[in-house]
Design a protein around this ligand. Structure first.
Ligand SMILES: C[S@@+](CC[C@H](N)C(=O)[O-])C[C@H]1O[C@@H](n2cnc3c(N)ncnc32)[C@H](O)[C@@H]1O
Length: 253
């Protein structure tokens, strides 16, 4: 596809790429119960705010009806942080990606309650969205808040923050763009710090005096779950990395 890099070889629907066998997913789609408000929001607002997964370069300016900095969030859960941040930053557009349908309904409900215009939702694997619907250097930011920690060792391969995904994320960020992750699971925080620090195109905003972890930026609201954890003395770690500017251009393949 024109202009897309190695991370984005589009495949025809249903076709399996022999070079990239079926991938390990970072999620399991659970059958969740939808509340009536969520169902109603899905029916009423879904057509306007939920985009279909359609491989190919998307004209995000026409999707949002304007040109604005764009932040993509992986796994918005029930969407509270997404909605709060989008409400506080009307000058920025947000692409929320989540596979869990009740979460999609919940965020749509918040969109309706707060009359938010700067969010669009994809109910799909965010890795495929990034690979196939987002141009390189198209994003001003990526948010990954409390990704599933996959506690058991045999499940660690399902964790989102792995070198290949981080390299893909970095490729989608514009120079100076922000990758913000947060977790409440200490071993995952360490893994995040190691993997993000090893990506040569990213730079940590936090120094050794904070052991490489950032102070929670004001824009990220504390979730109820997080507030409870903090009351119980559990830790939360934010990691904020910037896409380096002035990188040497990649050699042509
Ligand atoms: C532990 S929850 C955290 C939700 C939310 N960010 C929060 O802070 O409450 C992680 C969410 O990520 C979603 N998720 C995991 N991998 C994903 C992927 N590859 N694409 C889209 N959503 C994903 C899961 O469905 C789940 O809802």
């Amino acid at each position: 596809m024109r202009g897309m890099d190695d991370h984005a070889k589009p495949m025809a629907a249903g076709q399996e790429d022999p070079a990239h066998p079926r991938r390990i997913r970072s999620f399991v789609v659970r059958a969740g119960r939808m509340g009536t408000g969520q169902v109603r929001a899905l029916q009423k607002l879904g057509p306007q705010f939920v985009l279909p997964f359609s491989p190919g370069a998307v004209d995000w300016d026409s999707v949002f009806g304007r040109r604005a900095p764009r932040i993509l969030e992986i796994g918005f859960g029930m969407g509270q942080a997404t909605a709060a941040i989008a409400q506080a930053r009307p000058d920025v557009d947000f692409i929320g990606v989540e596979v869990h349908e009740p979460g999609v309904g919940a965020l749509l409900k918040l969109i309706g309650q707060h009359d938010l215009r700067n969010i669009r939702i994809l109910q799909h694997d965010a890795v495929e969205v990034l690979e196939q619907m987002v141009w390189p250097a198209a994003l001003a930011g990526v948010h990954i808040f409390f990704p599933d920690p996959w506690h058991k060792k045999r499940h660690h391969k399902r964790r989102l923050i792995q070198p290949a995904l981080v390299s893909l994320l970095a490729s989608r960020l514009e120079p100076g763009g922000v990758l913000h992750c947060a977790t409440d699971w200490a071993p995952y925080a360490q893994q995040m710090r190691e993997v993000l620090s090893a990506e040569p195109t990213l730079q940590n905003t936090a120094g050794p005096e904070r052991e490489g972890y950032a102070q929670r930026p004001d824009y990220r609201p504390l979730t109820k779950f997080e507030q409870r954890g903090l009351r119980l003395g559990h830790g939360v770690w934010d990691l904020v990395f910037l896409k380096r500017a002035n990188l040497p251009s990649r050699p042509m393949p």
